[in-house]
Design a protein around this ligand. Sequence first.
Ligand SMILES: C[S@@+](CC[C@H](N)C(=O)[O-])C[C@H]1O[C@@H](n2cnc3c(N)ncnc32)[C@H](O)[C@@H]1O
Length: 455
Amino acid sequence: MNFNDPFTLHTADARGMSTLMPFLGDDAEPLDCTITSPPYWNIKDYGQPDQIGFGQSYDEYLAAMGDVFRELYDHTKSTGSLWMVVDTLRVNAELPGQVARQLPLPFELSSLAAKSGWTLREVVIWKKDRTLPWSSGRRFRNLFEYVLFLVKTDNHKFKVDRLRDFEFREWWLRWPERYNPNGRHPSNVWEIPIPVQGSWRTPTIPHVCPLPEELVKRMVLLSTDPEDVVFDPFAGTGVVLSVANALGRKSAGLDIEPAYAGAFRDRSTASEFRESGSETRAAAVRTMLIQLRALKYPKVMFQRLISSSSHPAPQSILLRVGRIDGETLRDGRSAPVRVDITFAYSDADSIDLGDITESLRALASRPPLSKFGVDASVEASPLESVDDQLLKRRLHVYESGHTWVTSKTVCGVDEIRRLETPVIRRNRYSYPPIISNVKLRIVDTAASPEQSIVP
Ligand SMILES: C[S@@+](CC[C@H](N)C(=O)[O-])C[C@H]1O[C@@H](n2cnc3c(N)ncnc32)[C@H](O)[C@@H]1O
């Protein structure tokens, strides 16, 4: 092992990890996270005399793995974790009359790890796109492997927000209130293609079972922070180390095969793997969803008012949307956005505005509006008495209930008055213009939406 450069891939037996640990941190528990794929018992011959798995009896293999789990446990922080990618094994019949069987290696290894103190916390299915070269028989094509997540304490790191799904969906435009602005909670089935043949190998050193970078990236993001120490005791050509480095973590690994250390040095400097702009995109999508909700809110309020009462329709609806800071509450929902809504009547003399305000507030307190994640202050008022501050600005107009495409801008009472208000028929889908400080123009859903908020 090279103790002058501890954060690299060393040629060493996993059971010798203790000698490296003092060089990875100041205390006895330097590891934040271990991400590994151990040898699957006797499946593959890595050609080294001290290799774990190949050539060993199953009991010898388990004893060796038990030693590794114990050492990992002793050197892992209380907030730390252990990810293990492992598959079941097909054990052929050895004697006539015996039945070929599946060995549930993932669960045998997790029970073994539990003897050292590890707790199995999550089981993820890694769904692959294809299998390695395979010939049939009386069995299925194997398209998944297990990913086990083991922890020391309940206080382990698990940053689920970093994996939320923000893929834009067309139906958000009409139903923004149904989608969590913080993205979709990640599931325990991960669909990730296996690396293409030839990646993670040098011309001289083939490696047949590298982990996909995307798989490692998820584990690193979920359970570590920048500068944390990531370790792999069965590092192969070092995918785990390289991805962890690219994400700003410190990483070290061991492998018994000397050729891999050289291969790793080549690859890690060449790695182009980065966490590219996902946080910025998440923030943009979150803001857009909250704006879509805020714009739909007065539309639904209007629909309900007209269909459930005999109140007259306003000439326009003014909507001021407050600051969207993207704050996430503890339960994963976002903090409600503040909005001020005015149902503006241009000819208000003969209208009981107090009565309309009361009806609007009653609607706000009941579903569906109470479920929008919008904290609204609502009133009916003559157009002239709408807040001056708002009317002095250039505002965006949403016509015909299209709350995701602004059609024009207006400034001041006179311009608002000149806007056309369609004839409102009860129980028909016609709407007065909604006039807002939010600009949203989502025309091509494949491109970035044009969005802004007038301060
Ligand atoms: C399933 S592969 C790991 C592949 C790796 N996760 C990757 O993505 O490249 C298992 C690795 O364990 C290594 N190995 C076997 N016995 C070992 C031992 N006693 N100590 C350290 N490494 C060992 C093998 O050389 C092999 O590279």
